[in-house]
Ligand binder design. Structure first.
Ligand code: NAD
Length: 478
């Protein structure tokens, strides 16, 4: 028996949750349920995070959370419960299988069967943003080695456990050589440990185009947070329907399972909604808690029901579908099919001992870190880089001098182009005049002198090399 936490959510949530629980219980799921309240009522009761403190205790105690969609009330000040849950519980992996059900559900891609593995905690979603000048705001893109190792390993372990043949990595490391570069590098390192699984890397733009056009070319795809957010919706949509996909959010301790769609308030209380998305989440949950036999039974019964043409309104199509049913009737049809397998769609079979072997992150020995220079970011309203250089060079010290200025990453001094458009946000790079290293004291001196010359430094970034390899980008055009 596994004790799980259940939240029935808002809108169509209670109906699809009841249907889902009825099906998995009928299939023999060994679960005990603690129900908590999250969502609209909790928000409107004055709790801006949509969940009470006592509910967190239940979620953390049970570690497995099946959540129906919730309604986030209109108006500012309400925090997204999903984002909060992922972050608080360290749910680093978002797993979304997207499979077409051709010819029973309409799709342009009859043989699509891919799993998007999205990093769920870092990247631009760290939410660290600053306005630095009148014209420029910034969002920090943070990518960590533990973050990359955990998600890439998860993707390969998932592939191994579920008999998948290939893991593809999507990044934009031709542009973001440090951040996406690290993700790609870790992918290459970990791929070596899984020789039986093919691996490949695509630049995200052409990779995404290929996925949307020829999804049958892909199997498991792993990617950083933002790309994964966008492409997992694309994948679900082109598979046939966002209403059919579920997702798992997995952490080292806890996990949350859900449908990917929202609470569809206009359909609430009418016994119309399709419970398939939440059911797909619940099937992932059953596999996660080791009840793979039940997961398999439910998935095959669900596939058979879809194949029988018993469809809710959202996927019902004259000619293909046989019977338009409501939420409860659909659940009943799945229950009647328990023990049956689809004949045209591919039946699933999960290995009984399929647990993912997720080794804990091993911190690496620290590298030799050398300070090679510093970037001072300056707010300056005029537009002439040569003039700025002549001002900024006044703060050069005996050993450290201005080597370059960029504007939005493009080198504008020395030897810039007059055509380059400049904003009020300038990066002034200082390095040792003899090409050697600088010290923190040099930086303090530069800042002191900048202050004396009324130069508006809005932030600094140290330029480090790790084991002799520069850990910072050059100016574009440098
Ligand atoms: P939605 O996913 O609720 O609905 C989009 C469309 O799909 C609607 O036409 C709806 O009727 C239909 N639909 C969705 N699920 C369906 C199902 N199971 N069966 C049949 N039809 C279905 O998205 P929305 O309308 O943009 O958002 C409604 C609310 O849901 C908002 O308050 C939003 O914040 C919330 N939301 C919650 C979650 C979540 O809790 N994970 C996710 C997305 C949106």
């Amino acid at each position: 028996m596994t004790r799980i936490t259940v939240a029935k959510g808002d809108g169509i949530g209670p109906e699809i949750m009841d249907a889902t629980l009825d099906i998995i219980k009928a299939a023999g799921a060994k679960i005990e349920i603690d129900e908590i309240e999250v969502g609209e009522k909790v928000y409107l009761g004055g709790n801006t995070s949509g969940i009470a403190k006592e509910s967190w205790d239940v979620i953390r105690r049970n570690k497995v959370f099946l959540k129906a969609p919730i309604t986030t009330p209109q108006g500012g000040g309400y925090k997204s419960l999903n984002v909060t849950t992922r972050k608080f519980l360290g749910l680093y992996a978002n797993i979304r299988p997207c499979m077409s059900l051709h010819p029973f559900v309409e799709t342009k891609h009859p043989v699509m069967d891919i799993v998007i593995v999205r990093e769920n905690e870092e990247d631009l979603y760290a939410g660290i943003e600053h306005q630095q000048t009148d014209e420029v705001v910034q969002c920090l893109k943070l990518i960590s080695r533990p973050g990359c190792e955990k998600i890439v390993r998860y993707a390969f372990e998932y592939a191994r456990t579920y008999g998948r043949k290939k893991v593809t990595c999507f990044t934009k490391d031709n542009i973001m050589k440090q951040t996406d570069g690290l993700f790609h590098q870790v992918f290459d390192e970990i791929a070596v440990e899984y020789p039986e699984i093919q691996n490949e890397h695509w630049i995200i733009d052409i990779g995404a185009a290929k996925m949307a056009d020829t999804p049958e070319a892909f199997d498991v795809i792993v990617m950083p947070n933002l790309y994964g957010d966008v492409l997992s919706d694309v994948a679900a949509q082109i598979a046939g329907s966002v209403g059919l996909a579920g997702s798992a959010n997995i952490g080292e301790e806890c996990a949350m399972f859900e449908a990917i769609h929202g609470s569809a308030p206009r359909r609430a209380g009418q016994n119309m909604a399709n419970p398939s998305g939440l059911l797909q989440g619940a099937i992932q949950m059953l596999a996660h808690i080791g009840q793979t036999d039940v997961a398999e039974k439910v998935q095959n019964a669900w596939l058979k029901t879809i194949e029988d043409g018993i469809h809710t309104y959202d996927i019902y199509k004259e000619g293909t579908s046989k019977q338009k049913v409501g939420t409860r009737e659909f659940a009943q049809a799945v229950i009647s099919n328990l023990g049956n397998k689809p004949s045209l769609l591919k039946a699933v079979s999960y290995d009984k001992n399929s647990t993912l072997n997720l080794v804990k992150y091993q911190p690496k020995a620290p590298k030799n870190k050398e300070l090679q220079g510093v970037d001072l970011f300056v707010h300056w309203n005029k537009r002439n880089p040569e003039e700025l250089a002549s001002i900024v060079e006044k703060i050069n010290t005996e050993g450290v001098g201005l080597s370059m200025i960029t504007n939005r990453g493009i080198k504008v001094y020395p030897d810039g182009f007059p055509e380059t458009f400049c904003t009020d946000h300038w990066r002034c790079r200082f390095k040792a005049k003899d090409g050697g290293l600088i010290t923190k004291k040099d930086i303090i001196q530069l800042l002191q002198r900048a202050h004396e010359h009324q130069i508006d430094v809005i932030k600094t970034e140290n330029l480090y090399a790790f084991d002799g390899k520069a850990g910072y980008s050059l100016g574009q055009g440098q």
